[in-house]
Write a protein that binds this ligand. Structure first.
Ligand code: ADP
Length: 495
């Protein structure tokens, strides 16, 4: 674009001799005004005076200096970005007679400016119609853009957040940690969230927090790293999940209450024994006292028996009450072998009545799991009762039940297997048994295994069945170990 090039001719000392027309029109200078003045004193803004002087004098001495960029003074008293270079004018003997400074105005032409604005407007319009919140941040975490959906989600106008640190959109402790994440990424380039979506927490302008799904991308534009975050508010989805979970808990509770009738018959029997013993001992005490022959040692012994049997009866009732209590949604660190013992205690009458030999195999140590204990015990009660019923129905000689606990490495968790030597599944597909309403029992509801599966799923685990060899059935329940970083992340921008 030669017509848009500045040309300035100056003597070897920098004194201006001629300016081309374009230079005059952009800078507003006339040849008369600048005659004899130094190029570097008149053209650039003060910050660039020194670099132009050095460049110019190097060219005058016959060197070929690098082109330069900087700001020049415009005709309106303002400044504009410019790009310029120097070339030495030589006389017939090859001596330097001056320097030509050629340069270009880096401002965009009106047309280009209009096209650029149009393209930016279009891009903004697309971003603004997006349903998801979209924001970009620079490498230091400062927000560069914030679309309309992001405004709606966070309750801020773009103008309130652009230029500020993205951590303002995160609740503590993530807010404080975020700069560390960015710094980590800059030094290690190890991606923790980039390219992966994750559920995190966001902070609205009104101070409320909400769950959101965040996907982070990374682009390098003109050597500058930019992170884009696409944000979806998942409050509604979480609400629906919570509601479904609540209903499931309700259903699980109902089936526990339903099975209480059966359990209570067995438990009544369990209570009868200590009660009979209590009666016997207290009558003996009364007799001794009535006859005036009370021996203190004998009395104490009987009273101790009464107390012990009373505790036994109370324990049976405690178990039943605990089993039918409404399960907490909250999962807590729990000891699975203790739950197995609890379940066997609850079902001891049933097991004894059917002559089932029970064996528990567990390693001496198992790490605690995050469990809704009541519900996991419900799963085990279901599996054990199903096995006992199947063996009783098939009139198995020497019914045996094994509960085997094994820790697994990858994925890390604990598998509990309930093994029986009953009739097994015959031609039935083991997985079909988990369908709701599938039952082969006259009074069966066909809900047991389907509820077991839902409970185990809600724990992030897996439940499945297979045939035992040479006969019988095995039901496996695998439950994961809690993740080391069990915490739900915050809005972790880029790293
Ligand atoms: P229900 O006990 O009301 O039938 P479940 O969902 O607990 O409902 O069980 C579904 C079916 O799975 C049972 O009716 C039975 O046919 C089969 N089943 C469950 N456990 C065993 C087992 N250990 N051996 C053989 N069949 C079993």
């Amino acid at each position: 674009m030669p017509g848009r090039t500045f040309v300035i001719i100056a003597g070897p000392d920098g004194a201006i001799r001629q300016l081309n027309q374009y230079c005059q029109s952009v800078t507003g200078l006339t040849p008369a005004q600048v005659q004899g003045q130094r190029v570097w004193e008149i053209l650039p803004t003060p910050e660039h005076t020194e670099s132009m002087r050095t460049g110019f004098l190097r060219a005058a001495a016959g060197d070929i200096p690098e082109d330069q960029r900087g700001y020049w003074r415009g005709r309106d008293g303002g400044m504009f970005p410019a790009h310029w270079g120097y070339s030495c004018l030589l006389d017939a003997e090859g001596g330097g007679m001056g320097v030509v400074v050629t340069g270009a105005d880096l401002r965009l032409s009106n047309r280009m400016q209009a096209e650029l604005t149009d393209a930016l407007d279009r891009q903004q319009a697309i971003l603004d119609t997006a349903v998801d919140g979209i924001l970009t941040i620079d490498e230091t975490g400062l927000i560069q853009s914030f679309n309309r959906a992001a405004e709606r989600i966070f309750g801020y106008r773009a103008g309130e957040v652009v230029g500020r640190n993205v951590s303002m959109l995160m609740p503590q402790p993530y807010r404080a940690e975020h700069d560390g994440y960015l710094h980590n990424y800059q030094t290690t380039r190890r991606k923790k969230i980039i390219g992966i979506g994750r559920e995190v927490e966001g902070l609205r302008k009104d101070g409320t927090t909400f769950p959101l799904e965040l996907a982070v991308g990374e682009v390098v534009v003109s050597g500058q790293r930019i992170f884009t975050g696409i944000i979806r508010d998942i409050t509604d989805r979480k609400q629906i999940e919570l509601e479904a979970r609540r209903r499931q808990d309700e259903l699980a509770h109902l089936t526990r209450v339903h099975s209480m009738g059966d359990l209570a018959a067995g438990l009544a029997h369990e209570i009868n024994q200590p009660l009979t013993a209590i009666l016997g001992h207290s009558r003996a005490c009364l007799r001794m006292i009535g006859a005036g022959t009370a021996d203190m040692d004998l009395l104490r012994e009987s009273m101790e028996q009464i107390a012990r049997q009373g505790e036994r009866a109370a324990e049976v009732i405690r178990r039943l009450r605990k089993y039918v209590e409404k399960g907490e949604i909250e999962k807590q660190p729990s000891d699975l072998p203790a739950s197995v013992q609890e379940v066997l205690g609850l079902l001891q009458h049933e097991l004894r009545e059917h002559g089932v030999r029970v064996q528990v195999k567990a390693p001496s140590y198992l790490p605690p799991l995050l469990l809704d204990r009541v519900q996991i015990e419900q799963v085990l009660v279901n599996l054990v009762r199903n096995a006992v019923e199947a063996m009783a129905e098939a009139r198995v000689e020497g019914p045996e039940l094994e509960l085997v606990l094994v820790q697994s490495e990858a994925p890390a968790g604990v598998r509990t297997s309930v093994v029986d030597n009953g009739p097994g599944f015959g031609a039935k597909q083991p997985d079909d048994l988990f369908a709701p309403f599938f039952t082969t029992k006259k009074s069966g509801l066909g809900q047991g295994l389907s509820i077991c599966r839902r409970i185990v799923d809600a724990h992030g685990g897996r439940i499945w069945a297979e045939s035992n060899q040479p006969r019988g059935a095995v039901f496996h329940v695998w439950l994961p170990l809690p993740a080391r970083d069990g915490r739900n992340g915050g809005l972790r921008g880029a790293a």
